[in-house]
Every structure is written in structure tokens, then in C-alpha cells.
Design a protein around this ligand. Structure first.
Ligand SMILES: Nc1nc2c(c(=O)[nH]1)N[C@H]1C(S)=C(S)[C@@H](COP(=O)(O)OP(=O)(O)OC[C@H]3O[C@@H](n4cnc5c(N)ncnc54)[C@H](O)[C@@H]3O)O[C@H]1N2
Ligand code: MOO
Length: 340
């Protein structure tokens, strides 16, 4: 610490909290430790009797914690990310718009491994909303060596951004509900409305909605017609498990679609199918999607609207964190389900 006259302190950093007392009115911190003294602060400091002041002596090769967190914020923020002004040395990292959050977990670990740098985030590959808090970042010392930040910069600038949010695009969607009992009117369709509600989150345009019996050829033909009609996403409900009337997986295969996976290591959602007919994604949804609050479908659907192509490993890795505990008050996506 160094003592200097207050009148010469513009741009310098206060070394400790400075208290002001106005009898009967106020007693508290007028200037916080770490505050960078501005022109407008000088009179105020003199009024509370500070003609001289302890300041932090920041060397050429050092940076104050506020500047360091801004530096790191700029280095790590990709598309769809902004960060707040530092408070007590910390910036908050937030989403500019609704979308699919992407975080490079390995990169995050590498930067945190440098020491003296703390970047904490929520888990990626989930939906975040506009202005949602995604992470926080600060450095540990009040004054940090620039060398440390340059090490972080070297790691961060060679790779795609550490944190970004992918926008969702509207997709023309076909919903094909299977089940003889629904087709014949023995029971009311309860599956279609559940799927439609989930699709609405992404402003999807449902261009086709059909109820068909458990007949492989009919399901197959309906899928192919949906594609011809311009569907960019095709969802087939029911008939996904082991009964003789469960024709949906066979029908999806019969369209010549490439099956990425029949079955997923997610409960609920283990009987789900993901396939691609040319580049059109097809989901085969098991009955659990109709009655469970959250399933494998909720984990994978945002990827489709964010323009990602689902590969086998996207599904296999869901096993870790893939068991829904069916909490009374569901807080998904703020829970372990679907995170890895
Ligand atoms: N022995 C086994 N049984 C089950 C397995 C298994 O592997 N072995 N898997 C279970 C899993 S996991 C699921 S999920 C369910 C459901 O699978 P399905 O997709 O085949 O469902 P469905 O048989 O078509 O229907 C089940 C149930 O839901 C009613 N349903 C279906 N669609 C509608 C609709 N649109 N509206 C209203 N109700 C609908 C249907 O009438 C049945 O009652 O299988 C487990 N069993
Ligand atoms: O596809 Mo089922 O969840 O495991 O009910």
C-alpha cells in the first residue's frame, strides 16, 4: 500500500473500505475496497476528511480484479452471451436470447486449472432463456499478474468460444399419432396435445397432424407423405415397445431412414427412436412422453431446433444423469437430468 494526497488520486484504487458517518442519517461504506477513484469522487473524499489516501499500487504487469474479470468475460463470451459490470470483482454471464446453451467443458477446466481464475457455470446443452444467469467469473487476488491472464487468453483464443447460445429456428413439423384405439375413437388422443405443447416452446409450425392405426405400411406412407409435404421434423407417437401392435420402429425403418438409435439410456424415454430420412429428423416417441413431465425427448428436442444433427454418442452419453427422480416439484432443466 502507498499513501498519496487525495487530490492526486484519480484513477487509483482504494485499498480498503472507507466509512462515512452523517449523524442521524447515515453510517456505512462510502467507498469500497478496490474502487477506482474517479474525478467525481475527490470532493466526496475530502468532505469525509480524507486528505490522504491509501491506494493499491498496480504495476505495469498487473491488473485489478474488475478489469481482469472483464478481460476474461470478453475472451470467453461467444454468440448470444453478455456479461454484467463487475461487482466485488465478479461478472455475471448471461444469455442474450432464448436458445441452446453450449459450454466447452474441457476448455473450462483448462482455464480454471491455471489457478487464480474462477469461472463457474451451469451445465450446457440445455435451453436457456433471455437474461438467464449462465455463469460467474472472477479472479482470486485483488491484483493479478497479466501473465496469468495471457495464459488464459492463449488457451481461449485458439478454440471456439467457451460459452455460447445457439438460436432456435422454426421448423415445419408433422405429428403422426399411432394407435388403433385412438384411430377407432375408443379413446381420446392425449399424446398429440402433449407433443404440440412441447413444440410450441420452439414456435414450431405444425403443418400435418394425423391419427393412424397400428399398421406398418400406413405409418410408413404417412411419414413419407409428410416429408413430401415439406416437413422438416417428423414425430411419430406410440407403438414403440414390445407388443405385437407396436409397429412404429419398423415403420420408421421401412422408410429407409437411417436409424441413429432405437432405445436410449434415459428413464423415462428408454424406448425412444431417433432416425434421419435424408436430413429430416424423425422421432419415435414411446408412451412415457405422454404422461411423464420430462423424458429423453425433452433433452434431445432443443438440439434439433438449434440445428444440430444428433449422433449416436449424443444419446449414449445421456446415461450419466439420465435417471429422472420424478421429484414432486419438477425443476427441470435445473437438475441433473440430461446433463453430463
Ligand atoms: N414388457 C415390456 N413392456 C414394456 C416395455 C418393455 O420394454 N417391455 N417398455 C415400456 C416402456 S419404456 C414404455 S414407454 C411403454 C410404452 O410404449 P409404447 O410406445 O409402445 O406405447 P403404446 O403401447 O402405444 O401405448 C401404451 C399406453 O398408452 C396409451 N396411448 C398410446 N397412445 C395414445 C394416445 N395418442 N392417446 C391416448 N392414449 C394413448 C395406450 O392406449 C396404452 O394404454 O411400454 C412399456 N412396456
Ligand atoms: O420409454 Mo419408457 O420410459 O422408459 O417409459
Amino acid at each position: 500500500m502507498k499513501t498519496i494526497p487525495t487530490t492526486e488520486a484519480v484513477g487509483k484504487i482504494i485499498a480498503h473500505d472507507i466509512t462515512e458517518i452523517v449523524p442521524g442519517k447515515f453510517k456505512g461504506v462510502a467507498f469500497k475496497k478496490g474502487h477506482v477513484i474517479g474525478e467525481e469522487d475527490i470532493d466526496h473524499l475530502l468532505r469525509i476528511g480524507k486528505e490522504n489516501i491509501y491506494i493499491l499500487d498496480i504495476k505495469e504487469n498487473q491488473l485489478h480484479e474488475d478489469d481482469a474479470s472483464i478481460f476474461l468475460g470478453e475472451m470467453m463470451a461467444g454468440e448470444g452471451i453478455y456479461f454484467t459490470e463487475p461487482r466485488e470483482g465478479k461478472i455475471n454471464i448471461k444469455a442474450k436470447y432464448q436458445g441452446l446453451l453450449k459450454i466447452d467443458r474441457n476448455l473450462l477446466e483448462e482455464v480454471n486449472d491455471l489457478g487464480d481464475i474462477s469461472i463457474a457455470t451451469i451445465q450446457g446443452d440445455r435451453v436457456v432463456n433471455k437474461d438467464e444467469l449462465i455463469g460467474g467469473c472472477r479472479v482470486i487476488p485483488l491484483i493479478i499478474d497479466k501473465e496469468k491472464l495471457h495464459s488464459a487468453k492463449e488457451i481461449l483464443e485458439k478454440r471456439p468460444p467457451l460459452i455460447s447460445v445457439k438460436t432456435f429456428t422454426r421448423l415445419k413439423t408433422a405429428v403422426i399419432v399411432t394407435g388403433g384405439e385412438v384411430y377407432k375413437g375408443l379413446i381420446e388422443d392425449k399424446f398429440g396435445p402433449v407433443v404440440e405443447k412441447k413444440l410450441k416452446t420452439f414456435n414450431s409450425d405444425i403443418i400435418i397432424k394425423k391419427i393412424v392405426p397400428d399398421d406398418l405400411d400406413t405409418i410408413k406412407t404417412t411419414i413419407l407423405k409428410a416429408k413430401e409435404a415439406g416437413a422438416q421434423l417428423i414425430i411419430v407417437t406410440g407403438g414403440m415397445s414390445v407388443d405385437p401392435d407396436d409397429k412404429t420402429p419398423g415403420a420408421i425403418k421401412a422408410t429407409a431412414a437411417e436409424v441413429i438409435s432405437y432405445g436410449s439410456p434415459v428413464l423415462p424415454g428408454s424406448m425412444l427412436m431417433v432416425a434421419y430420412l435424408d436430413e429430416i429428423p424423425i422421432f419415435g416417441l414411446p408412451g412415457c412422453v405422454m404422461f411423464s413431465h420430462t423424458t429423453a425427448f425433452d433433452i434431445l428436442l432443443p438440439k434439433i431446433f438449434a440445428g444440430e444433427r444428433i449422433v449416436r454418442r449424443d444419446i449414449s452419453r445421456l446415461g450419466y444423469g439420465g435417471l429422472c427422480l420424478k421429484c414432486d416439484d419438477c425443476t427441470y432443466p435445473n437438475c441433473h437430468f440430461g446433463k453430463y
